[in-house]
Design a protein around this ligand. Structure first.
Ligand code: ADE
Length: 247
């Protein structure tokens, strides 16, 4: 999977995405992230990448030309059109479902905006989709682009050392993850739930599923409302309710 990022701060991508799991995946050739400096494509003698908005108003707008030329420098060598995403608070809000939809593209170009935005003509001409990482406004699209690269990358087979750790986790099938414990058995007076030491794998699986369902119901009623509960899920929840009533 290839990610090309158009940004005025290319250096920050190397440090963040060069370390840990994403760094290792890049070393292993599973993905490649290249940050391109939009400023390198400026025709202005001061390497300007923005200007004041037509019609007046505060802030600066990013110029179309350096962005367009940076884009062309990437696609002119290709025989296909990569998927182009503009990171913007006005975009579609990112969730795990959108991550998985975007992960089907083998090559993604991302544009990181700044200031008051980007000249609309660039958006009309080359952007396939605008993506927001949440309903808040950041100072630039760099952190959002890194969030999206990280979220997509970890869905690529081989990026996580144990593939189960992707298929089992929060949001994957619309529920939150169950609680996890490791040594010691007792920490500040609280013991690990006995079921986890029983060695009974089927019961452990059921217990974990119940915890996931209860956690989702309590913390994310919005997600819980969209769940289609299996008969097995309903049985687990009924039994739990009866156990609680009996206590
Ligand atoms: N740029 C600024 N804020 C953003 C957000 N919430 N999501 C994506 N890009 C952004």
């Amino acid at each position: 999977m290839i990610f090309d990022v158009l940004t005025i701060f290319p250096e920050i991508f190397d440090t963040v995405l060069g370390s840990s799991i994403i760094g290792r995946a890049q070393d292993a050739g599973l993905l490649k992230v290249t940050a391109h400096n939009i400023r390198d494509f400026s025709m202005d003698k001061h390497k300007k990448t923005d200007d004041s908005p037509y019609g007046g108003g505060n802030g600066l707008v990013m110029l179309a030309q350096p962005i367009y030329d940076a884009y062309i420098s990437i696609v002119e060598k290709l025989e296909y059109k990569p998927y182009f995403i503009y990171m913007s608070p006005q975009g579609k809000r990112l969730d795990q479902q959108l991550v998985e939809q975007l992960a089907v593209h083998k090559h993604i170009i991302m544009l990181c905006g700044h200031y008051e935005g980007v000249d609309e003509r660039i958006l009309e001409e080359i952007v396939d989709e605008e993506v927001s990482i949440g309903d808040y406004v950041l100072t630039g699209g760099e952190l959002p682009a890194m969030v999206l690269i990280d979220a997509i990358s970890r869905t690529i087979p081989g990026v996580l050392s144990n593939e189960d750790s992707y298929s089992d986790e929060s949001h994957k099938d619309g529920v939150l993850e169950y609680p996890q414990y490791t040594r010691p058995y007792e920490f500040r007076g609280t013991k690990v739930p006995d079921i986890l030491l029983s060695g009974h794998h089927a019961n452990i699986k059921k217990w974990r599923r119940l915890q996931s369902l209860k956690r989702t119901r309590e913390r994310r009623p919005d997600l819980y409302g969209q769940l289609v509960l299996s008969n097995e899920d309903k049985k687990l929840l009924d039994k739990d309710r009866n156990d609680v009533l009996r206590e």
